[in-house]
Write a protein that binds this ligand. Structure first.
Ligand code: BYC
Length: 320
């Protein structure tokens, strides 16, 4: 392709983005747009799949049948989200095997938040309330992202996430209306999950390598700091209803800005976790690798069965 042809394609692409039209898999797109989407969508898919582990830890210990059913359904939804996202990502020309390989080798990232342990039942409440709460704030703008398959996957994901957030908040409400010990469990879970939930929305805009370009492409519709502020403003009144204290002595309503001011985030901790040194990184990756290796016989059996079916059909076609 000549330089002039590429320039014309780039101009058409930019004009489409400016008109808020969706980019579809077979449309021409700049290589960097494709690569950035593969990076973000695959990391998002991995986060959903790894994100099943901390909650999966509590399915057998849920305190009632009702809680067990809801948690089981939530974890299954997360598997579904991962699968939509892997499918959306495949439309950009990467195979699912390659994505798995990148996760298992440690090359691909997944959300920092899932590298923390779930030590009490209250953590199921805190994850639903805070982690899914932050996820919704991050993902609602993605329903309007420029790449069609990602935007469409996000619509369904967001509907399910709002149910997840409500089930988490309801667990917190029950604990806070329960015994003194239950309320302490809820406060302890908030203390442990608050700061990691703020970190989950990514580094500050000043430190974010991808935000400026992703905003231009309308991949991202809001910056990391905008999302974080929105999350804090939305969540503080919810903590008040629960009667819980956000573990940030600097948290204060600011009349002038119309937002909450908040304390310093420990970014060293965030980068340590992102680089693989969080409390549960090793355990999470080991669990995913083991699941992949132990599931090899299922994949082989399914392939052998599909081959047999195909051979049978070919022989039948020959005979007729
Ligand atoms: N953890 O330039 P930046 C869920 C990396 S699952 C780890 O700001 P970007 C749920 C970033 O990748 C929710 N790494 O990046 C499931 C980049 O490194 P690379 C998951 C992080 O992409 C089960 C570098 O830091 N949500 O809801 O513009 C149960 C610089 O960052 C993190 C999504 O994936 C992090 N937290 O913005 C319950 C949403 N943050 O790639 C709930 C889709 C940043 O250059 N993703 N990094 O090596 C996004 O919206 C964006 O990718 C982010 C980061 C806002 C997360």
């Amino acid at each position: 392709m000549s330089e002039a042809e590429i320039k014309s394609l780039e101009e058409q692409f930019d004009a489409k983005i400016a008109r808020d039209e969706k980019i579809e898999p077979k449309d021409w797109m700049p290589e960097k747009y494709r690569k950035t989407h593969i990076r973000q969508i695959s990391q998002h898919a991995h986060s959903e799949i790894v994100g099943m582990l901390p909650e999966g830890n509590w399915i057998t210990r849920a305190p009632s049948l009702r809680r067990k059913v809801a948690l089981l359904a939530k974890v299954q939804d997360e598997a579904g989200h991962g699968l939509y996202l892997y499918s959306a990502c495949e439309t950009l020309g990467i195979t699912r095997e390659q994505m798995y390989e990148d996760l298992h080798s440690g090359k691909a990232k997944y959300s920092s938040i899932f590298n923390y342990p779930t030590v009490t039942w209250a953590d199921m409440g805190a994850i639903g309330w805070l982690v899914d709460g932050a996820a919704i704030i991050n993902q609602v703008p993605l329903c309007n992202t420029s790449f069609g398959p990602y935007a469409r996957a996000m619509v369904r994901v967001c509907k399910e996430e709002s149910f997840h957030q409500r089930q988490g908040y309801e667990i917190m409400l029950s604990l806070c209306n329960g015994s003194e010990e239950q309320k302490e469990m809820a406060q302890d879970a908030l203390n442990r999950w608050w700061w990691p939930s703020l970190m989950m929305l990514g580094p500050t805009d000043a430190e974010s390598t991808h935000t400026a370009q992703s905003m231009k492409w309308k991949l991202k519709r809001k910056t990391n700091d905008e999302l974080r502020q929105q999350f804090i403003d939305q969540t503080v009144p919810q903590a008040d209803i629960l009667g819980l204290t956000i573990p940030d002595p600097d948290l204060k309503w600011n009349e002038e800005t119309g937002h909450y001011d908040f304390g310093e985030i420990d970014w060293d901790e965030f980068w340590q976790v992102v680089k693989g040194h969080g409390p549960m990184n090793k355990s999470r990756l080991d669990a995913r690798r083991n699941a992949w290796e132990n599931g090899a016989w299922v994949r082989e059996a399914a392939t052998a069965y599909a081959d047999k079916q195909r051979e049978g059909k070919e022989e039948a076609a020959k005979a007729s």
